[in-house]
Design a protein around this ligand. Structure first.
Ligand code: 2AM
Length: 180
């Protein structure tokens, strides 16, 4: 019996921010623009791992636990549309260096453990709409929400009763932010 699970490392959004984003999204987009991602599923992927065996999952967790990285603040002030995967996303015009370093570490650990990593450059984003394959009128800006990341998590992605669900399996703290 296979015990592999579909996993990814990500930053979760605090509940209050999830609610702000979905209220704004309801005003900013039309129903035909795409399928809204459920509030609880909003996240920023750091490294996608694919189908991972229990043994490899344990090794990835051990490596993630060794990461010593400071927390960071990012401003969610950028929006875009990738028509080919059909994604409308929320991102940051100037992603902090600590975010890029954290993703780079997790992605290189994943690659060393044999998890395929896309050669495309990492573009930190939160998917807002899926199945957005037709042209979408992207609003000129976002309210520019600030977002403090003080931990990162390992998630399992599963498809249950016709819906994608993400279960948090583990989380690790990020160190105090450098205020200098
Ligand atoms: P997306 O939001 O841009 O689709 C869980 O599927 C998360 O992993 C999603 O945030 C998804 O990004 C990301 N991801 C990255 N590479 C993926 C892949 N090859 N297949 C599915 N999801 C992937």
């Amino acid at each position: 019996m296979s015990s592999s699970r579909r996993l990814f490392f990500a930053l979760s959004l605090p509940d209050a921010l999830q609610q702000q984003v979905i209220r704004w999204r309801a005003e900013a987009f039309k129903p035909e623009d795409g399928r809204p991602v459920a509030a609880a599923n909003l996240h920023l992927t750091l490294a996608f791992l694919g189908e991972v065996s229990a043994q490899k999952e344990q090794a990835l967790k051990t490596q993630a636990g060794r990461i010593a990285q400071t927390g960071f603040s990012l401003n969610l002030d950028d929006l875009g549309h990738w028509p080919r995967p059909g994604v409308v996303w929320l991102g940051s015009k100037r992603p902090p260096r600590a975010l890029l370093q954290l993703a780079e570490l997790l992605r290189s650990q994943a690659a060393r453990s044999g998890c395929y990593q896309s050669p495309l450059p990492f573009h930190p984003h939160i998917t807002l709409l899926r199945a957005a394959t037709q042209p979408v009128a992207i609003p000129p800006g976002t309210p520019g929400w600030p977002f403090n990341a003080n931990h990162f998590s390992l998630y399992q992605s599963s498809f249950e009763q016709g819906r994608t669900r993400y279960h948090e399996l583990a989380q690790w703290p990020l160190g105090p932010q450098d205020k200098s």
